[in-house]
Design a protein around this ligand. Sequence first.
Ligand code: MCA
Ligand code: AMP
Length: 508
Amino acid sequence: MKRAIFPIFQDRARRSPDAPFLHLEDGTTLSYRAAFDRTGQIANLFLARGVKPGDRIAIQAEKGVDTLLTYLASLRIGAVYLPLNTAYTAAEIRFFLGDARPALFLHRAEDEAEMAALCAELGVPERLTLGADGRGTLADGADAQPAPADAHDAHPDDLAAILYTSGTTGRSKGAMLTHGNLASNAATLADYWRFTASDVLLHALPIFHTHGLFVATNTTIVAGSAIRLLPRFDAGKVLQALPGVTVMMGVPTFYTRLLSEPAFTHALVAHVRLFVSGSAPLSAETHKAFQVRTGHAILERYGMTETNMNTSNPYDGDRVPGSVGFPLPGIELQITDPETGAELPQGSVGMIEVRGPNVFKGYWELPEKTREELRQSGFFITGDLGMVDARGYVSIVGRARDLIICGGYNVYPAEVETLLDAIPGVAESAVIGLPHPDMGEGVVAVVQAKDPALSEGRIVAALAGQLARFKQPRRILFLPELPRNTMGKIQKKELRERFARLFLEEHA
Ligand code: MCA
Ligand code: AMP
């Protein structure tokens, strides 16, 4: 078995050059050979800009063909790919560039002035631009390069990517993923989900996260399947594309939004063989409604940035609503006591820990954090609470860390609270996730003010330039006093219960 994604992609391009890799919105198709050649041009451009194996290539750009191919080009030259959410503000980008010290930053053409200044200040040596229309110095530079390019012979333990994931302290941590992590998980998923060269995957996910970048893309490459690439999730465009695909992957919001479309029918998806959901809990209610409407049981799986995919419901057999299925082949899962770390008997609720070739190498330049979460035995402490039933199905029943998942994006309350508490007039704040009919959870800030004139508008304005839109609270509630326990700790549970129906009533 190949131990890295790029050599597999290269093999595909050699053995089935004309096989479709990307079906695009304008009706054109890029074959494996054409995509491979483009990665050669981009790789040559990166090399010409001085990028060496192990160097980081950071990217914040809209989804598109060249955006996706920069990932493969980065693997090709042994660089470390560092994709960043397109919603991040310059203030957030500053942290990532300073922390990861990339050799090259690829950013949106329209951010030229701001990013040029930031890179000059932080000493990022090289920049390229990539606009939403695909134009910019990346395309111009790559067009001028030859397609033949060498491929760096990556060792499975070499870094392939760093994906930042926020922490409960509010400080983002770069999860270091190796070529071996990516290749092993993709091979397992392609097999488990029965991907073949005749599959076409509907791809409406962003490509700066594990789900859209690795689960969707790597699995496709390993099986030699094709991707129907959409720039983002747009229900109308997804409905149009569905008759031409065989598999769809999405976060639960994709599926609840499709169910609210009358045109989403059994007949429309007659050709689809598999719907996969993950990144956030899929409610049993959505699972059942989907089955009634389409005849399909959505296959729910569970993963993390640090581990790729850990568990999956079976391809054949019961796909149990509310469960994330079985540990994937080659991956061990244990439930432990969150306090002592001792393994608990089957049926108990405790900390989910996982071990296998999928588990990352550690956090970028944070050896202590790595030691706290990655045991010497190789088990990674996920921070998710769960249980395994008598048949071996895993369920996630809660989270040990304070985390909100909104439309599949993670928001760490600590990060938002730190900014809120720094606003003049705020005494203290608590950021909580409340049930939201579209996004699963919605972000809400509960603020205790020390200045009676403090308004919602002033808070919103103070956060605007600092935080990505998806992390900003959708509602700001004021309380004269935040509820506390005898130790003085804010009781978020009480707040969540008190305001539980806030978004549900708005959308009723
Ligand atoms: C957009 N907005 C959001 C979100 N997305 N706010 C909160 N949470 C979000 N997820 C903001 C927009 O900036 C906009 O702000 C407003 O919400 C309304 O946007 P709307 O048009 O409704 O949203 P959208 O553009 O349609 O996006 C919703 C979405 C998108 C399609 C659900 O967020 C999405 O594609 N999510 C997928 C995330 C994902 O791939 N996660 C995988 C992580 P305003 O109008 O007010 O300016 S990987 C992972 O978790 C692990 C490893 C795993 O297991 O997969
Ligand atoms: P991330 O930090 O983006 O890697 O998010 C990973 C987290 O998403 C996990 O630790 C879980 O809390 C959550 N998650 C992923 N898939 C599922 C799922 N199918 N059900 C419930 N939670 C999930």
